[in-house]
Design a binder for this molecule. Structure first.
Ligand SMILES: Cc1ncc(COP(=O)(O)O)c(C=O)c1O
Length: 443
């Protein structure tokens, strides 16, 4: 008798259980978006769970550029870049990005996820090594799994750990060091200068994922490589349009010959349709605005500093963030969910992040801020956080730090909601579905 592939689907109840308990935080439906505010269930919420750092996703000039591109080229390109899917806007955007970042060439991918996966898979071979920061984004981890090279994780942002790994790599092998420029959960910045130095000493290639740093860090938002003045020492810079650019899609950039190779080898570039005209037209306009309106980045940092200080003054731990991503350390997963639910009820849209998106026992409510948040928005957010902290407390040392204790993703007791019983009883094995659902969503 053949194995029933759908048995696990019938038995899956993590999300239904969480919904029944009233704290399911995912797939919240947005009925209208104004950027800093959204409407859910007919009620306006302050949005602090988005990566729309410069508020460009709703900019009328970008919306118009997207419409103009649609009128000229149609709703889609209906094919791969390699075949019938290249329009003049794709080439224009690649040239504009390369010029903006001071690199020879750039190559667009349909998502940032594909950019990481495609580049890592195309550029490495079985006898190569990828040295990967342990807190890198899921698309990088996924890329490492698809790539033929061996994966060597190293301690988060530790050049000492990186050097220890580099030392052990056989001389005849190639090595590539990859890291987020700004880390998507902790909000801290890669310590690039010593990493670049180590890479040079060992002949390794540097690859920086600037998803959360473009439009945020460095002159005119050119990212961490420019911020640290090491752009010429980093061979590959990757980025996405799904954050500051307010759209979707991704790219890699570097030498002509590297790009020429990847565009003929990366399967998730070749075997997928190219970015829609509306997306490319909108991103070109966003890039123009990013450069001509630097006051947006100034405003983003003004808001960021206010929130770093504001959260600390209430008594929250915000880790080592150096960016508009501000993780509110909550500790126990139960409380992170309860906290996010209370925020939503009070009119604030923010998302909890739990293992494996963050380490066990370090569940957070991930907040991120925009240039378009007003002082009134931010003061209200701080007021509501303080109010909920009085109800639930701030950091909570959780059961999850107990050694050897591993539970399911929604397997905990909810505090302060009159339900102290276990939400799920089968704490023995790991709920991969729930964890993966969360990981996929939260990073
Ligand atoms: C650091 C990092 N890299 C890559 C990606 C993937 O980008 P995209 O949303 O364009 O697929 C993300 C998105 O969350 C990210 O945070």
């Amino acid at each position: 008798m053949a194995k029933d592939l759908f048995k696990k689907c019938r038995e899956y109840s993590d999300s239904a259980d969480a919904r029944a308990q009233g704290f399911y935080p995912y797939f919240r439906c947005i009925e209208q978006s104004y950027g800093n505010h959204v409407v859910c269930g007919g009620e306006e919420k302050i949005m602090i769970g988005s990566n729309n750092y410069l508020g460009l996703a709703q900019d009328p000039r970008i919306v118009e550029a997207a419409c103009e591109a649609t009128r000229k080229f149609g709703a889609g390109c209906t094919g791969s870049r390699l075949l019938n899917g290249t329009i003049s806007l794709h080439n224009e955007l690649e040239e504009a990005l390369a010029a903006f970042l001071g690199r020879e060439s750039a190559l667009l991918f349909s998502t940032g996820f594909f950019a990481n996966q495609g580049a890592l898979a195309a550029l490495t071979e079985a006898d190569d090594f990828i040295l990967c920061d342990r807190e890198n984004h899921a698309s990088i981890i996924e890329g490492c799994q698809v790539a033929p090279a061996k994966l060597v994780p190293y301690r988060h942002n530790s050049v000492e750990a990186l050097r220890n790994r580099l030392k052990r790599i056989p001389q005849e092998s190639g090595s590539l060091i990859i890291m987020d420029g700004v880390f998507s959960m902790s909000g801290d910045m890669a310590d690039l200068p010593p990493m670049v130095k180590a890479a040079k000493e060992y002949g390794a290639v540097m690859y920086v994922d600037e998803a959360h740093s473009l439009g945020v860090v460095g002159p005119q938002g050119r990212g961490v490589t420019h911020h640290f003045g090491v752009n010429d020492d980093v061979e590959i810079v990757m980025g996405t349009f799904s954050k500051s650019f307010g759209s979707m899609g991704g790219f890699i950039s570097g030498s002509h010959e590297m790009i020429e190779f990847v565009k003929h080898k990366a399967r998730c570039f070749i075997f997928t349709a190219s970015l829609a005209p509306a997306v490319v037209g909108g991103v070109l306009k966003a890039l123009e605005i990013m450069q001509s309106e630097p006051e947006r980045i100034d405003m983003l940092w003004k808001n960021t500093r206010k929130m770093h200080e504001g959260f600390k003054s209430i008594g929250f731990k915000i880790g080592s963030t150096q960016s508009p991503i501000v993780p509110i350390l909550i500790g126990s997963e139960a409380k992170a969910f309860a906290f996010a639910q209370r925020l939503f009820e009070e009119g604030v849209f923010a998302i909890p992040a739990i293992y494996p998106a963050v380490r066990y026992g370090e569940a957070i409510v991930r907040t991120s801020f925009m240039s378009t948040h007003t002082d009134e928005d931010l003061d209200k957010v701080l007021y509501i956080f303080a109010k909920i902290a009085r109800e639930l407390g701030t950091f909570d040392d959780p059961a999850y730090t107990e050694t050897g204790r591993r539970r399911n993703v929604f397997d905990f007791a909810l505090p302060q909601r009159g339900r102290s019983e276990e939400v799920r009883g089968d704490s023995g094995d790991t709920s991969r579905n729930g964890s993966e659902l969360h990981a996929a969503f939260s990073r």
